[in-house]
Design a protein around this ligand. Structure first.
Ligand code: NAD
Ligand code: G3P
Length: 333
């Protein structure tokens, strides 16, 4: 029976705690940054700020002490924002067990280094064969409501991925194992940027043809980047690619989609981010995705345009015009 430590008690960390508990975990300890979050989970079995509608199973508890969270864990899960995980690992690293799988739930590319999250975790001192990525069309609020969803559990070591998949399989959460970590992570990172673009289109008042065109051409950008970085194209046609792209681009529950809608409606990025909201990874990862693409000579016009809108350099209307008037070309190029 699993004894898990989940670092990060936000939406996905909390929903994943419920998954592990429903899958039969003996104990799940959430590490929370803020004492009031840990108190709510420990004393009232509810996270007061993230998915407060879930009554957490009694096996779920919480602490603000990383050593206490990690003690005795046979599975470590990381569920913090992509851009903070390097600093977080530097702070907690000494407390983490050295011989258990470490699961990354993050979907992003690190700014400045262009590294995928598993690479950042590896830099933090975790051996590659212990790192497992869980990704796919998994909007936390739907998972919290125990609505059926499938997911990808990818690890360079299939045995580690299989161990994690066994620990998180429930009647509403169906994990498929994978060894293509590169494809799984790229699918999860780039779809957030495409969801910003689709949200902008919605905010501008455009309908489903526009959104479908952006999703499909966004997939083409992801596939080009994946090919350059050695991903298996089949991974991007699966849950971690097409699956997550559809869920994130189309759902009003997606934070990336919602930020895109607000930008499309004419708000500035400062106005959008001034409203307290949860992590919309694409806002930061758009730039790192574009830089990663440039480092590989991969053309990513939608991601480039989103990055320019987020930087305040162009409006969503102008992005539409620029994308629609690019030189004609073969669909596969
Ligand atoms: N929410 C989802 O539906 C979902 C699904 C799949 C993957 N993800 C990915 O999981 C990751 C976490 O997302 P989330 O939805 O839980 O985000 P969230 O915004 O709901 O929660 C983030 C958590 O990290 C904490 N945090 C913020 N800054 C921190 C810092 N500097 N140090 C330590 N902790 C910090 C917050 O307090 C919060 O507990 C993201 O990469 C996201 O893309 C989210
Ligand atoms: O709310 P978002 O935009 O971070 O999307 C959540 C998940 O990644 C969907 O799979």
């Amino acid at each position: 029976m699993t004894r898990a430590a989940i670092f990060g008690a936000g939406s996905w960390g909390t929903a994943f705690a419920q998954i592990l508990a429903d899958a039969g975990a003996e104990r799940v300890v959430l590490w929370a940054r803020r004492p009031e979050i840990a108190d709510g989970i420990r004393d009232r079995r509810r996270n007061p700020d993230y998915l407060p509608e879930i009554e957490l199973d009694p096996v779920v508890t919480a602490t603000t002490d990383p050593a206490e969270a990690a003690a005795g864990a046979d599975l470590v899960v990381l569920a913090v924002p992509s851009q903070t995980v390097r600093a977080n690992l530097a702070e907690w690293g000494g407390h983490l067990p050295t011989d258990v799988p470490v699961v990354s739930l993050m979907k992003g590319i690190e700014l400045g280094t262009g590294l995928r999250m598993s690479q950042v975790v590896e830099d933090g001192g975790v051996a590659a064969e212990r790192i497992v990525v869980v990704t796919g069309p998994n909007l936390s609020r739907e998972i919290a409501a125990r609505q059926p969803a499938a997911s990808v559990v990818a690890g360079a070591d299939h045995a580690a991925a299989d161990r994690v998949a066994a620990a998180c399989m429930t009647p509403y959460f169906r994990p498929y194992t994978q060894t293509d970590v590169v494809g799984a992570e790229l699918g999860g990172a780039v779809k957030n940027v495409i969801a910003l673009a689709v949200g902008m289109a919605e905010g501008l008042g455009y309908g489903d043809n526009t959104k479908s065109s952006l999703i499909t051409r966004g997939l083409a950008e992801t596939a080009r980047l994946g090919q350059a970085l050695g991903a298996d194209p089949a991974t991007l046609m699966g849950l971690a690619g097409v699956g997550d792209l559809i869920a994130t681009c189309m759902s009003p529950l997606s934070r990336n989609h919602r930020v895109g809608v607000a930008l499309g409606q004419g708000q500035s990025i400062e106005q959008v981010l001034a409203v307290p909201h949860q992590t919309a990874e694409g806002v930061k990862s758009c730039r790192s995705v574009v830089e990663l693409g440039a480092s590989q000579d991969v053309e990513m016009p939608i991601c480039q345009g989103v990055t320019a809108v987020v930087a305040g350099q162009i409006t969503p209307e102008r992005l539409t015009g620029e994308l629609m008037t690019r030189a004609r070309k073969h669909e596969r190029h």
